[in-house]
Design a binder for this molecule. Structure first.
Ligand SMILES: Nc1nc2c(ncn2[C@@H]2O[C@H](COP(=O)(O)OP(=O)(O)OP(=O)(O)O)[C@@H](O)[C@H]2O)c(=O)[nH]1
Ligand SMILES: C[C@H](OP(=O)(O)O)C(=O)O
Length: 213
């Protein structure tokens, strides 16, 4: 399956600016991207990185052999350009900030039936999609899960939904780092631990703290 992995290269993960400086956010975003690319390949997908600006390619960043498309238009326009334009074509879209994605969770998405299959994100977004019909187009940001269901319904397309904690967890805000430390198995989790982040439990609630940052 062709899998488009969108990646904002210029100022990634700006909502983590309170806990990571700009260089750290770039490094952490690259680590998440590498985890996602590894998981896509292990699930049998053929990833293409859809990036807003050129990226250094190399095996160390999980980019060895991955085609890179540079498109600096807004996310929705760039993804729509990559969706099927021939009958019978299938294209998946998997965000580069799904640090908990595993081959198993992605395989479940890829196997979910429907002219459109959706992995909703916590907070109303759309973390991953499989598009098997020409008439579907994306509209990201805001409550995009609801918007994508409406767009599919208006086009008369069937929709499958995958219920997956791993695919629902996009890493946007500092609190999401706890999810990566608790459930992560890859480079993003390792990078956070090396940077001094650890899980805290205060008054029964899980959070993160940085010991040497
Ligand atoms: N190609 C492309 N990818 C994008 C764009 N904006 C976001 N992305 C990617 O889409 C996914 C979801 O992005 P968001 O969480 O909305 O944005 P972000 O830039 O990662 O983070 P914030 O700056 O905190 O909003 C991530 O994999 C981003 O790297 C864009 O304009 N073009
Ligand atoms: C791409 C966007 O991500 P968010 O800004 O919700 O993380 C969405 O899911 O529509």
């Amino acid at each position: 399956m062709q899998v488009v992995v969108p990646y904002a290269a210029r100022d990634p993960k700006s909502r983590l600016a309170d806990v990571l400086d700009a260089d750290e956010r770039r490094t952490f975003a690259r680590a998440m991207r590498a985890d996602v690319l590894d998981a896509v390949r292990a699930a049998g997908g053929a990833p293409t990185l859809l990036t807003t600006a050129p990226v250094a390619s190399g095996a160390a960043d999980g980019l060895g052999g991955v085609p890179v498309v540079v498109d600096d238009r807004p996310l929705t326009d760039a993804v729509n350009d990559a969706l099927p334009d021939e009958p019978g074509e299938t294209v998946a879209v998997v965000m580069a900030d799904l640090a908990l994605a595993t081959p198993e969770s992605l395989s479940r998405l890829f196997e979910t039936p429907g002219e459109v299959a959706v992995a909703p994100g916590r907070g109303g977004g759309t973390n991953a999609l499989v598009v098997r019909h020409l008439d579907f187009r994306v509209d990201y940001h805001g409550a995009s899960y609801r918007d994508h269901r409406r767009i599919a319904a208006e086009a008369g397309l069937s929709v499958g939904v995958v219920d997956s904690m791993r695919l629902a967890t996009d890493v946007d805000e500092p609190a999401d780092l706890a999810e990566v430390l608790v459930h992560g198995e890859g480079r993003a989790c390792d990078w956070l631990a090396d940077a001094g982040f650890e899980v805290t439990v205060r008054e029964g609630r899980v959070g993160v703290a940085r010991s040497d940052g």
